[in-house]
Design a protein around this ligand. Structure first.
Ligand SMILES: Nc1ncnc2c1ncn2[C@@H]1O[C@H](COP(=O)(O)OP(=O)(O)OP(=O)(O)O)[C@@H](O)[C@H]1O
Length: 480
């Protein structure tokens, strides 16, 4: 008897409901939205899949039992190649293995069969769990390199994340070692804020790329000028979907892309994030607003553990005047391989008052007082795109570094060597805490432990406690 468990929404699995304080910061509805909360009771045919429960296969005759491994069976190892075999071109699978992707992560194992079946999906899994590879494999299973048309679109909230996704997509599309021949290769365009639209326009005219990785604003500018259309689009991925919907600058353009410039009936739609607050409402809204088809699946991996278990959380209470010194002492005693020091973005009021941003204070202090071997780098919203790219390039060269950053570095950016996160300023919401913390623990099969440390003043303890409750983690106090 096969007792594997595939949980769908009408089989009542315990699902974590996000607390109301988290909900307050987030809304998918706009004033122009035609749906209302009552719409959630309509007969929507979406499914939810979780990976919380799996029971072993009962094998009737062990000696002859060659049961093909399936994605929902955790007891039988299954490779990425087996999962992708009849869907993704062999050359791409070869390349995937060559760059080190052999075994699937839990989200890949859960999602790929459903993605290959053509269903719209919401990929909801921990930071660093490999959602990018999951949706890129879907894209490579769908697009045809024989066609010279724009077939797949990945929308991202920041230039930094766009550059990273483009890089992974290009690495996968490259020829594996030893493969000869003049096969037409897959072209991938990065259409990101800060780029030159004229160059992209000429590229489109000469030969449309098969895949475009774009920030929402840059894409909309091109669409508004009718420089190309989404008419042949077969798959649309929105990465960090909750962030884009929650961004007042990006949400209306995203809505247009989803419903005016393209139709969910003509494409497969995938939304990805480690955080989808009010996910039931989002699912209903996605269907009501025709962002996805009615049978969209919610793939929710580790719903009761939204952050990696290898991550330990600490806090230290100090006087506000001693924060810099406390930071330095922590760095000296932790001796991180690499670390990010998250600092709040400077408010408009503080800018107008002519104050220095906190990032400058921290950078200047570390440059004079830190005498260790780590490089000190800066990544913040107010830097121009070239300086931001230069900082990330330094980070990617390898070697240890301390990156002083605002939340621009908190979403999606992959820092594989990162071991320590310091919240010099507390994040504004529990969701922000989760994404900052998620810049560590980015090697899916590693057992290296990582640490997040928040440096707080005593009045902030209750805020941190709220995040602990919302995200189900325990923060231990360090006594100075
Ligand atoms: N199957 C795999 N085997 C080994 N490494 C993998 C595999 N899949 C992904 N990775 C690696 O895991 C890391 C995290 O992957 P990715 O950036 O896709 O995470 P994510 O789920 O998108 O996280 P976030 O929510 O923070 O954006 C990357 O360095 C990636 O190369």
């Amino acid at each position: 008897m096969d007792t594997r468990t595939l949980s769908v929404s009408h089989l009542l699995l315990p699902l974590r409901v996000l607390p109301s304080s988290q909900n307050q910061t987030f809304s998918f509805s706009s004033s122009s939205s035609s749906s209302s909360s009552s719409s959630s009771s309509t007969n929507i045919n979406h499914h939810r899949v979780t990976t919380t429960t799996t029971t072993p296969l009962a094998i009737a005759n062990p000696t002859s039992a060659i049961i093909p491994p399936t994605a929902d069976d955790d007891t039988v190892p299954i490779t990425l190649r087996q999962l992708c075999q009849s869907h993704v071109p062999d050359q791409l699978l070869q390349r995937m293995e060559e760059v080190g992707y052999v075994m699937p992560t839990p989200v890949q194992k859960q999602a790929l069969p459903r993605l290959f079946s053509g269903r719209d999906c919401i990929l909801h899994a921990q930071t660093g769990s490999g959602k990018t590879l999951a949706y890129l494999l879907l894209i490579y299973s769908i697009i045809s390199t024989r066609k010279s048309s724009f077939q797949a679109l990945v929308l991202v909230p920041t230039r930094e994340l766009g550059m990273q996704v483009t890089k992974v997509a290009r690495i996968l599309a490259a020829k594996p070692t030893g493969v000869e021949g003049e096969q037409r290769s897959c072209t991938i365009m990065a259409l990101l804020d800060g780029g030159t639209l004229r160059r992209h326009k000429s590229w489109f005219k000469a030969e449309p790329p098969a895949i475009v990785v774009a920030t929402v604003e840059s894409l909309c500018q091109m669409l508004e000028r009718q420089l190309f259309s989404l008419g042949n689009l077969r798959v649309l991925v929105v990465d960090e979907v909750d962030f884009i919907f929650n961004s007042s600058k990006q949400v209306s353009s995203l809505r247009k892309i989803l419903t005016s410039y393209s139709s969910c009936n003509n494409r497969q739609t995938v939304f990805a994030s480690a955080s989808i607050p009010q996910h039931n409402q989002f699912l209903n809204e996605a269907v009501q607003q025709k962002w996805t088809k009615r049978d969209v699946i919610h793939i929710h991996v580790s719903p009761v553990e939204p952050m990696p278990s290898r991550l330990s959380h600490r806090f230290i209470v100090c006087d506000i005047k001693r924060k810099l010194q406390t930071l330095l002492s922590l760095i000296q005693s932790d001796a991180p391989e690499s670390g990010i020091i998250f600092v709040s973005e400077q408010s408009e009021k503080s800018k107008k008052a002519g104050n220095s941003p906190s990032t400058s204070l921290v950078i200047d202090f570390l440059k004079t007082s830190y005498h260790g071997s780590l490089d000190i780098l800066l990544l913040e919203d107010d830097m121009n795109f070239n300086s931001r790219a230069a900082s990330l390039l330094e980070v990617r060269k390898g070697g240890g570094y301390l990156l002083v950053a605002t939340d621009v570095a908190a979403r999606g950016v992959d820092f594989p060597e990162m071991t320590h996160i310091y919240n010099y300023d507390l994040p504004k919401t529990a969701i922000d805490y989760l994404h900052r913390a998620g810049r560590t623990c980015r090697k899916p099969f590693s057992d290296v432990n990582c640490t997040v440390t928040s440096i707080i003043v005593s009045q902030e303890r209750f805020v941190l406690q709220r995040y602990e409750n919302e995200l189900s983690f325990v923060c231990t106090e360090l006594i100075p």
